[in-house]
Design a protein around this ligand. Structure first.
Ligand code: ADP
Ligand code: SF4
Length: 701
């Protein structure tokens, strides 16, 4: 197939300073939880995006100096020449697959507590760090000498980036990560010298850095500037009108403008809180202020919208972080006229959680993400089976669908049996407020299965162990999912709460359409991810009075990892949901519900309530367990393996279920069973001596 001529414009080359990108698909810098710890894994991940057709593939932020160390988060570093082999590997990998390689120089300034380097952080003024954990560290306001030093560090880093082989070398003034942004923002910069006050003064530092970088590497490398066009705090910070003035002032200086919102939580909002392209009102008109190309993001996955953005003069290059994670092959699929094969990002920010948990990012839609090198998984292809195999997959939730799809790609003959309609938990959860985009997880896989000739989906097929023993499949994957508990057991309560005569509904009951008998509802959220908050939203919008009792300090506290917690709390408070933090459910006697303070144990009882415990799930594993218990009968039934997959093995996130399905497809025929025997690790090389134990005077050698 070939591409639809409507999309030709997306494949036009664009000149960016001294370099030219082959098309308009631009993977903007994004973190991934791998950084300097997992450099080869990171290089492989970036190379696969280049292979998938992105014209430009950038690194995440690369710290230029130990005074801008964002530990414990794991990004890249370009502190000195020791970092070059790692960076060169990334640049080479990307370029070998036909893309331009970009590197984002960064100094985290007020966001950098320097926990690793122990250096004093630097910024425009003496203030506490603005770091994620509110560390007890203060920033030192930079004097003129600091500014001079900084300019040299930045210049040196740019030269190193060029030596490492990068084609685009960013100056970063965005998302409350880049030091020049703190100079731009009037709330962080109240200096009275020529670097503070007027817009021209506040922009001076950024101007100097762009000039220095162009002077240092601009002969062969493009120098983009990534800048925040709104801090989302009104006129106190950078706002749309002021951003236009700043960009107008520096219009022709960088080779490319990369436009973002600040902080990161506003730039990378989830589908629950913002539509595709929600940044547009902030960036419209900026392209008209400069002749230089403009790139911006917006979770764009629709080629029609991309074309419109270019034609309407909003941007020249379609920026993507998350869409390129969910589908590294997005450009290639458009080019090959395979639009229906695009695996669209669902906007869940599970990938962001990788950065926040300092572990390789995982993606709900693309289970290979982060495992490209470690496990050798590819987002599109998978090795074919050595010999014919017939596999029965029981349950068509995200785990079963992924397993069946990837087994199909391996050339296995697959029967996928589903008790009801395919989709599993995604079918139910996508109907909850704000989660409709999650349906893309099942839509994509069902679309792929429809076109697979070797996979047959059987609907309305609730299988028993006896049924399965009678079918004669060699391998059986049991992906029968899980169900929410309704007894309150979870983290805080390890035994069921006494609930005699209470009106108790589980999340599954609510998703099945049942509703509380009482007007007031107590949600006991000891799960801390989205379910408690989303059910509160559902019920309050239907007119129930909702209280969320949680042992945590805030509602949906784990959603800090997806940068949604503040949006959840904001929405629930606005909707009138009462949030009772640091409390746990004691029990209920009919409609009288008692909860207690997590510190003092002091109890409060409220009357007239129903209870919704959102605490834990139990695997639906009875079929799987029975099959495993009947191992002695397998040979006669022609069965070689039975494997529990996804939530049926252990309830987790949708991302974990999809990953588990992929793992099954990868490993079901491994001789030694489905274990991660091949996961590779990269171990840092040991430094050379001298060491203090090598004798007197060794340190002076
Ligand atoms: P996961 O997240 O692991 O994919 P889900 O709960 O989303 O789990 O999906 C499990 C699916 O398995 C559901 O669609 C459910 O209807 C189906 N299922 C459960 N038990 C059986 C069974 N005995 N036979 C066929 N399908 C089943
Ligand atoms: Fe998109 Fe979610 Fe994947 Fe991130 S984890 S790329 S938000 S689907």
């Amino acid at each position: 197939m070939s591409r639809d001529p409507r999309y030709d414009i997306l494949f036009e080359p664009v000149k960016i300073g001294p370099v030219t990108t082959k098309n308009r698909f631009f993977q903007v810098p994004h973190c991934n939880g791998m950084g300097y710890r997992d450099a080869t894994a990171l290089a492989t991940m970036r190379a696969i995006k280049a292979e998938g057709g992105w014209g430009v593939v950038c690194t995440e932020q690369v710290e230029i100096h130990p005074t801008g160390d964002i530990a414990p988060f794991i990004e890249l570093r370009i502190w000195d020449d020791q970092d070059l082999p790692m960076l060169a590997r990334i640049a080479e990998a990307v370029k070998s697959k036909g893309a331009l390689a970009g590197l984002q120089l960064a100094h985290n300034s007020m966001n950098a507590p320097n926990l690793y380097s122990r250096e004093i952080p630097l910024g425009p003024m003496d203030l506490p760090v603005y770091s994620y954990f509110s560390d007890p560290v203060q920033v030192r306001g930079m004097d003129k000498e600091d500014i001079r030093n900084f300019r040299k560090w930045h210049r040196d880093a740019a030269i190193r980036a060029k030596r490492a082989g990068f084609n685009l070398i960013y100056v970063y003034a965005g998302k409350l990560f880049g030091l020049p942004m703190y100079f731009l923002s009037r709330r962080f910069n109240q200096r009275t010298d020529e670097y503070g006050g007027s817009l021209e003064n506040r922009a001076r530092f950024l101007k100097e850095l762009i000039e220095d970088t162009k002077d240092a590497v601009g002969d062969t490398c493009a120098v983009p500037c990534r800048i925040s066009v709104d801090e989302m705090v009104g006129e106190e910070g950078i706002h749309a009108a002021e951003a236009q003035d700043i960009i107008g002032h520096l219009a022709e200086l960088p080779d490319l403008w990369d436009l973002t919102l600040s902080g990161w939580e506003y730039d990378s909002q989830t589908s629950r809180f913002a539509e595709e392209g929600y940044q547009l009102p902030f960036i419209r008109g900026i392209k008209q202020l400069t002749t230089k190309p403009v790139v911006s993001v917006g979770r764009y996955t629709s080629p029609d919208l991309m074309v419109k953005l270019v034609r309407d003069g909003v941007m020249d290059l379609i920026g993507a972080a998350r869409p390129s994670i969910a589908d590294p092959y997005l450009p290639k699929k458009i080019e090959e006229g395979r639009i229906e094969d695009i695996r669209e990002c669902i906007g869940c920010n599970m990938c962001v959680a990788g950065d926040f948990t300092m572990t390789p990012s995982r993606c709900t839609q693309n289970p290979s993400f982060g495992d490209e090198w470690r496990r050798g998984w590819h987002p599109e292809t998978i090795r074919s089976v050595k010999k014919d195999a017939k596999v029965l997959v029981v349950g068509a939730g995200p785990a079963g669908l992924e397993a069946a799809m990837m087994l199909g790609r391996r050339g296995v003959e697959v029967a996928l049996a589903e008790k009801g309609e395919p989709g599993g938990r995604v079918l139910r959860e996508a109907k909850l407020p704000g989660l409709s985009a999650w349906k893309r997880v099942t839509d994509y896989r069902l679309g792929q299965l429809q076109r697979a000739t070797n996979v047959t989906l059987y609907r309305d097929s609730a299988l028993t162990a006896d049924d399965i023993m009678g079918f004669g499949f060699e391998h059986v994957a049991v992906a029968t999912g899980s169900g929410w508990r309704s007894d309150g057991v979870g983290r805080r309560l390890l035994r069921p709460a006494p609930l005699p005569g209470a009106d108790v509904l589980s999340p599954d009951d609510l998703m099945a359409g049942m509703r509380p008998k009482n007007r007031s509802v107590v949600i006991f959220d000891d799960d801390h991810y989205y379910m408690g908050g989303v059910l509160a939203e559902l019920l309050v919008k239907e007119g129930f009075e909702v209280s969320v009792v949680t042992p945590a300090a805030e509602v949906s506290t784990w959603m800090r990892m997806t940068m949604e917690q503040l949006f959840v709390q904001h929405r629930l408070v606005n909707l009138g949901v009462k949030i009772i933090s640091h409390h746990y459910l004691v029990g209920a006697d009919g409609p009288r519900v008692t909860y207690a303070c997590g510190f003092t144990g002091k109890e409060t009882t409220i009357d007239g309530c129903s209870v919704v415990p959102v605490t834990a799930r139990l695997p639906h594993n009875s079929v799987g367990r029975e099959l495993l218990a009947r191992r002695g009968e397998w040979a006669a039934a022609g069965i070689r393996s039975v494997t529990l997959v996804g939530d049926a093995l252990a309830p987790g996130t949708i991302a974990a279920a999809v990953w588990s399905g992929r793992r099954y497809a990868e490993e079901f025929d491994a001789d030694e069973g489905p274990v991660a025997k091949d996961m590779r690790r990269e171990v840092t090389g040991l430094a050379a001596g001298p060491f203090y134990w090598e004798g007197e005077g060794a340190a002076a050698k």
